[in-house]
Design a protein around this ligand. Structure first.
Ligand SMILES: Cc1ncc(COP(=O)(O)O)c(C=O)c1O
Length: 480
């Protein structure tokens, strides 16, 4: 949520108080240099003892509410038939409107099951934008992901409120080219993680549904960030300003055939689910659940987390939860725009995204500007962000590098974790870094895993630029 100051300025306001805390440290810049060198210039490989603000992701690191902690204790722990599962199923029906639900251990497990059941060799999955794990599962199952966003989606500087929309004409073109039998399903992601957390509009979702209906296509919604997408629809789409986030989420969920989510985000627990109102589809997926995840009433999650997810689902429709990171991101982006830092606009859900190709225009894409910027930001601030660019795209079958559509450095805002003063600190260090952009150079892989290389890959700084940047920081700002 946000609040207007007497000056008229709007600032994010936390509609919760902190009742449990974790201490964090800001290590001196020499130690940060050593840490990033040891991590192979990959922020995933840093240890949290060396991190000040962990803005790598919003996944599995959100603050749970007091009621969620209470739910952890009240759980009915049983291998099979737990009443906690049936309470969860009731929350799903009340909040999302689905009669059939199964848990999975996290979002990618849902993707694995959906790809296993619906993707066939030589088929395609059109999407408003892929997520890394989604693409991996769809491709492993033999289908191909087709990105069919509007061209505007890749413009980092834009005022388009719905850059997450799917282009209906491109979907019709896919139909003409491949034929409906070759389309495994159509996938909409709310909000689009890899292109700046951008939402889609309800109008667009309905247009896509219409095309799916005309052609008998299955429509799947990845609702991992549905709360933020709904909050942004309320703020940006005509006709929705007076609807509640709860109503908007219910309406969004009434559109697809199958819904899935990572629970690590909106519901602040570690898990996920697949839900639908179509029993036939549900029955196609269900037999695979015990093979890969676990028995039907726990699906790879601990019962404690299922109980907390149930509460988390009911809480995520509250604007103070759905809008918590959105308002912080909006403020973060506004502050960076004041000094013309290249940042993705409009602000979306999930994170503040720096446009690394404009931030570090001297680094060619082959030398991974977004990865270099994530490492440089860590050196200059102790903040851990994440590369969302070419490092996050695996090579093709021939081993050729595939250049990402965008080179973004994602600074995530986990829900209910950080404050405005943390954002102010980040803004200051990003400004310092921008003034020293020429000290930052590219990266080169020294170890490259074959799949999802961004997780475990190790790189080195070309011309040892990490040391130059750390020296400049120490000279101008001091140890910390
Ligand atoms: C849109 C989207 N889908 C799927 C996933 C995968 O979820 P998980 O990390 O729980 O496996 C993520 C994770 O970040 C995501 O953002």
């Amino acid at each position: 949520m946000s609040i207007k100051k007497s000056t008229g300025e709007e600032i994010p306001i936390e509609m919760h108080k902190t009742r449990m805390v974790q201490k964090i440290w800001l290590t001196p810049v020499e130690e940060r240099l050593q840490a990033i060198e040891e991590a192979g210039y990959n922020t995933f490989l840093l240890k949290t003892k060396d991190i000040f603000l962990d803005m790598l992701t919003d996944s599995g690191v959100n603050a749970m509410s007091d009621n969620q902690f209470a739910a952890l204790m009240k759980v009915d722990d049983a291998y099979a038939g737990s009443m906690t599962f049936y309470e969860f199923a009731k929350s799903v029906e009340d909040i999302l409107g689905y009669k059939y639900v199964m848990n999975v251990h996290q979002g990618r497990a849902a993707e694995h099951l959906l790809a296993k059941v619906f993707c066939k060799d030589g088929c395609v999955v059109p999407t408003n934008y892929h997520f890394t794990t989604t693409r991996a599962h769809i491709e492993l199952a033999g289908s191909l992901v087709l990105e069919i966003y509007y061209d505007e989606a890749l413009k980092t500087e834009s005022t388009n409120p719905f850059k997450g929309n799917m282009d209906p004409q491109k979907l019709r073109n896919v139909l003409s080219k491949y034929g409906k039998d070759k389309i495994s399903f159509v996938r909409m992601e709310a909000t689009t993680n890899l292109i700046g957390g951008q939402p889609f509009s309800m109008k667009n979702f309905r247009e896509i549904r219409q095309i799916c209906d005309e052609n008998g296509l299955l429509l799947v919604l990845d609702g991992s960030l549905i709360g933020e997408n709904a909050y942004l629809i309320k703020q940006r789409e005509k006709g929705y300003e007076n609807k509640t986030v709860a109503e908007i989420i219910k309406e969004m969920c009434s559109i697809p055939d199958i819904y899935y989510m990572s629970a690590r985000k909106n519901t602040s627990v570690r898990g996920g689910c697949i839900a639908t109102n179509n029993k036939e589809l549900f029955d196609k997926i269900r037999p695979w659940l015990p093979v890969y995840e676990g028995f039907f009433t726990y699906g790879g999650m601990s019962m404690r987390e299922v109980g907390a997810m149930s509460v988390g689902l009911r809480e995520m429709v509250d604007p103070s939860v759905a809008g918590c990171s959105v308002e912080q991101i909006k403020y973060f982006v506004k502050r960076l725009k004041e000094t013309e830092i290249p940042v993705v606009t409009p602000p979306g859900g999930l994170a503040c995204h720096l446009d690394a190709m404009r931030f570090l225009p001297h680094i060619p894409q082959q030398q991974y500007p977004a990865g270099a910027l994530a490492a440089a930001l860590y050196l200059a601030s102790g903040i851990r962000s994440m590369e969302r660019g070419t490092i996050s795209v695996d090579r093709d079958k021939e081993g050729k590098e595939i250049m990402a559509d965008m080179e973004l450095t994602r600074i995530a805002l986990p829900r209910r974790v950080y404050s405005v003063s943390h954002i102010e600190y980040a803004v200051d260090r990003i400004n310092w870094l921008y003034k020293h952009q020429n000290l930052v150079k590219g990266l080169k892989f020294v170890f490259e895993p074959p799949v999802l290389r961004f997780f475990d890959g190790r790189l080195k700084a070309l011309d040892n630029w990490g040391k130059d940047l750390a020296d400049a920081f120490k000279k101008e700002i001091g140890d910390k």
